[in-house]
Write a protein that binds this ligand. Structure first.
Ligand code: ADP
Ligand code: MG
Length: 283
């Protein structure tokens, strides 16, 4: 066998397999892009488990028309320019892989308008290829809509769970971002039904109330802690024993606004400086 370079489309598709495993991973990447863009409102809509259709709308800073196509090239990012920045990454994403990966496994449109432009611009892609591009009237911010996720990868489709199982993963993810970013208003609708709507007023307890209802939110105990020597701070809510569930799905850990798995908590605490440092108005 001789050694050959992979064709770029195939390389992108392989990379896509790592970035986007299922609908919830697409939503995660898009929501993180919205947060990185300084959005104060993020609206998520999914239909048929997100496989049929998914949409993320934000009111963030938008993308200039001239840069919209660039955003879909691999390793294209506005978040990193040199090695020094790599060591103090201040955003949730920085590898420039998400958009090209998502686009390569779906039919997708992205429309965006920056504050200083009068009209917006819209790009349409099919399985990674740009098929249309032009001016488009839209509100300030960015909207990404994708259909037929993994329609060109039948094997990947088979590995997905039922629509309702995929939808609950999305709901859990959006709830967790809403808790980590209480100053951002999150809305989620599933098959046309509004399932989540947080106030975005910066108050975590009110966010908890919107997400889990009065019983849970009212019973949660607020914790604050600080170790002056190391500078670590811990903040959060814990549930009293009366509310304890049999599983850990009610336990959510964020370190510097990054949602981490329980088993990664100790690792993350040992490396607190590589986290998210908000530049906007996070209280
Ligand atoms: P990364 O987030 O790693 O930079 P992505 O592929 O997710 O890579 O996005 C590429 C670039 O597109 C980002 O660096 C950013 O400049 C721009 N972008 C993507 N989504 C948005 C958004 N919702 N609002 C503003 N800019 C965005
Ligand atoms: Mg990103």
């Amino acid at each position: 066998m001789s050694i050959k370079l992979l064709p770029p489309e195939l390389a992108t598709k392989i990379a896509a397999g790592e970035v986007v495993e299922r609908p919830v991973s697409v939503i995660k990447e898009l929501v993180e892009n919205s947060l990185d863009a300084g959005a104060s409102q993020v609206l998520v809509e999914i239909a048929e488990g997100g496989v049929g259709q998914l949409k993320v709308v934000d009111d963030g800073q938008g993308i200039p028309a001239a840069e919209l196509e660039l955003a879909f090239q691999r390793h294209a990012t506005s978040k990193l320019e040199n090695q020094e920045q790599l060591e103090a990454v201040a955003t949730l994403g920085f590898r420039g892989e998400a958009l090209p990966s998502i686009a390569s496994v779906s039919r997708l449109t992205m429309s965006s308008r920056t504050p200083d432009s009068l009209s917006g611009h819209r790009l349409e892609l099919q399985w990674g290829e740009i098929v249309r591009s032009g001016p488009h009237g839209c509100q300030m911010g960015t909207t990404v809509e994708a259909w037929d996720l993994f329609g060109n990868m039948p094997a990947r489709r088979k590995f997905l769970k039922s629509n309702s199982a995929e939808s609950s993963r999305v709901q859990e993810l959006v709830s967790r971002y809403a808790l980590a970013f209480p100053h951002v208003r999150f809305q989620l609708s599933v098959d046309g039904r509004a399932v989540l709507n947080t106030p975005g007023n910066g108050r975590t307890r009110e966010t908890l109330l919107a997400l889990y209802g009065a019983e849970v939110a009212g019973a949660m105990l607020e914790v604050h802690g600080e170790d002056p020597e190391s500078g670590y701070q811990v903040e959060g809510f814990i549930s009293p024993p009366s509310l304890h569930r049999a599983n850990r799905s009610y336990m959510t850990f964020f370190v510097n606004h990054r949602w981490i798995q329980n088993r990664m908590l100790s690792f993350a605490l040992r490396r607190p400086t590589t986290g998210y440092f908000p530049t906007s108005d996070i209280p």
